[in-house]
Design a protein around this ligand. Structure first.
Ligand code: SAM
Length: 235
């Protein structure tokens, strides 16, 4: 059972998540210390098993014999930019029953609060760390969708610079920082201004970039110039 946990404000845990955690035989989690704090906060005493990217290869052995396993990651919905997706694919291969509870995730409140189009959006998680790969990824992304990205604070400015280069400095972005926490900030404006605003980024970030949209039609002057060039070439 995949159990979403709050991305900041502990009031965001659902009643169902609490019940499932209470009923589970064991809670498998990315970080036993962090999940231990969460469980204690809600008065839930359960054994925990570390199941992160390093131990996922041993998941079958670690979970052997258990019938009711709850899996939580550090925050939000397991499977979204964390080791949860790997566990689901393993569970399906092994024929285990998989159930996913709806619940908190960082991308949805950031997207909705951005004020940018939500009807079509692409979630890309974290862009690659190498600059050349980041640029290549941006080139391949659908620019007519709103784009939602996760980013670490120490890479935020580099990513904003690459986005400004790709989309242009005046292109709209919303930056959601520390969602549901004490220092929550929703910043909206052009990419260049975002770079000026986030000089020393701290906290957790979701970036929501507006769609690039179709290329504007050629201006009449440009169109007639082009027609003249084609005529001159006998076309
Ligand atoms: N599974 C999580 C989810 O459902 O959103 C995401 C896990 S991913 C390892 C962590 C990233 O999510 C952070 O680096 C940040 O980009 C984003 N994030 C998580 N909590 C956030 C918050 N409270 N405010 C803004 N971004 C957050």
């Amino acid at each position: 059972m995949l159990v979403p946990t709050p991305i900041g404000n502990l009031e965001d845990i659902t009643l169902r998540a609490l019940r499932v955690l209470k009923e589970a035989e064991v809670v498998a989690c990315e970080d036993t210390r962090r999940t231990g704090i969460l469980l204690r906060h809600f008065g839930i005493a359960k054994p925990t098993i570390r199941l992160d990217q390093h131990t996922m290869g041993q998941a079958k052995r670690l979970l052997e014999g258990y019938q009711q396993v709850a899996y939580v990651t550090d925050a939000g919905t397991p499977g979204i930019s964390d080791p949860g997706a790997e566990l689901v694919s393993l569970a399906l291969r092994e024929g285990w029953e998989v159930e996913v509870l709806p619940g908190p995730t960082a991308l949805v409140p950031a997207l909705v609060a951005s004020g940018l189009p939500t009807a079509r959006f692409a979630f890309e998680g974290f862009l690659p760390q190498r600059r050349s790969e980041r640029k290549e990824r941006l080139l391949r992304l659908a620019p007519d969708h709103t784009l939602v990205l996760y980013e670490a604070p120490h890479r935020l400015r580099r990513t904003l610079q690459d986005l400004a280069e790709f989309y242009g400095p005046e292109h709209p972005i919303a930056v959601a920082r520390e969602l549901s926490k004490k220092h929550e900030e929703l910043w909206r404006g052009p990419l260049q201004a975002a770079l000026e605003h986030f000089q020393e980024p701290r906290g957790e970030f979701v970036l929501v970039v507006g769609p690039k949209g179709p290329k504007p039609a050629a201006k009449p002057a440009e169109a007639s110039e082009l027609a003249a060039q084609l005529r001159a070439q006998g076309l």
